[in-house]
Design a protein around this ligand. Structure first.
Ligand SMILES: NC(=O)c1ccc[n+]([C@@H]2O[C@H](COP(=O)([O-])OP(=O)(O)OC[C@H]3O[C@@H](n4cnc5c(N)ncnc54)[C@H](OP(=O)(O)O)[C@@H]3O)[C@@H](O)[C@H]2O)c1
Length: 275
């Protein structure tokens, strides 16, 4: 894979974590280049990561074999307009990590006929534990799909979806998902304090419990439901707690939450696509 230049448009949090993950996986520094209008961002990239960072997006688009679009979604149309002529000449694989921008819209803004992979990453990519959904258009070859996957794998796990509308489901599950778990942690901490534990102890027990449960679910070889049943003794304390959660219709609440997020993802994509 080395020798292929990976260019990032936007040197913000996501681009830096992806570039950092690639470096950690042995990608040569000279194969990575970033552009950003903000001098501070460029300095951060060049001084702390030792990577080339330039002001001009066109320079990155001209050099990149793989072009990662990592600006905020609402800026992507202007960014795409600015590099359309460059990418029509160089025809890189385009990877967009911008939430809510559909491939057809991006393709139109970039002038058409490009291999594009749309990615929905999540915030845990910033610490190398991301979960990203990927969708490729029909212009992308198998080797380009593999290349996109290997780049995203530098910061976490990846899953391909068969149709682009499933990216909205990915958005609602893993994109927004960290916030659902943070909310559960917040509420558990609150309940712990209400029952007399000091705040520091409440936090420690809550976070380690969340971490331990996730680790068991990831490593244990048993489904979450099975793990839950295993720790729910008949007549015990866990059973009472689960009964209380079910009486509050927890399943329905999560179902409604995910449906609301999917709907909003569609609405946002419609709005961004009208630019
Ligand atoms: N962070 C997450 O958890 C997350 C999760 C899923 C998806 N995403 C997606 O990832 C993308 C990047 O997110 P982020 O958190 O990394 O945002 P970010 O930190 O704001 O990074 C965006 C970078 O792009 C720069 N930029 C602005 N205008 C530009 C232009 N015209 N040309 C080139 N660069 C420009 C920004 O510079 P300034 O500082 O000057 O504005 C900033 O450095 C977004 O589209 C977001 O939807 C992020």
């Amino acid at each position: 894979m080395t020798g292929r230049i990976i260019g990032f448009i936007g040197a913000g949090n996501m681009a830096r974590s992806l570039a950092g993950g690639l470096l950690a996986n042995g990608w040569p520094k000279q194969d990575l280049i970033l552009s950003d209008p903000e001098a501070d961002q460029r300095t951060r990239v060049s001084q702390t990561m030792g990577l080339a960072a330039v002001e001009n997006n066109g320079e990155v688009a001209d050099r990149a074999d793989v072009l990662v679009l990592a600006t905020k979604p609402q800026l992507l149309k202007a960014v795409a307009d600015g590099i359309a002529a460059n990418v029509q000449k160089t025809r890189p694989l385009v990877i967009s990590i911008a939430a809510g921008v559909r491939i057809d819209d991006l393709q139109r803004w970039l002038g058409g006929n490009l291999a594009i992979v749309r990615v929905m990453p999540n915030t845990a990519s910033l610490i190398g534990s991301g979960a990203a959904g990927l969708f490729a258009n029909t212009f992308a070859t198998q080797s380009q799909r593999d290349e996109a996957e290997s780049i995203l794998r530098a910061v976490g796990v990846t899953a391909w979806v068969e149709t682009e509308d499933l990216i909205d489901a990915v958005t609602a599950i893993s994109g927004s998902g960290p916030a659902y778990f943070f909310l559960v942690m917040e509420e558990l901490e609150r309940a712990a304090v209400a029952h007399g534990l000091d705040a520091a102890t409440a936090r420690l027990l809550t976070l380690e419990t969340a971490y331990g449960a996730a680790k068991m679910a990831l490593e244990g070889g048993e489904e979450p439901g099975q793990l839950r049943r295993r720790v729910t003794s008949p007549g015990g304390t866990t059973e009472r707690a689960i009964q209380a959660l079910e009486a509050g219709h927890i399943g329905e609440l999560f179902g409604n939450a995910v449906t609301a997020a999917v709907r909003r993802a569609r609405e946002l994509a419609d709005i961004l696509g009208r630019q």
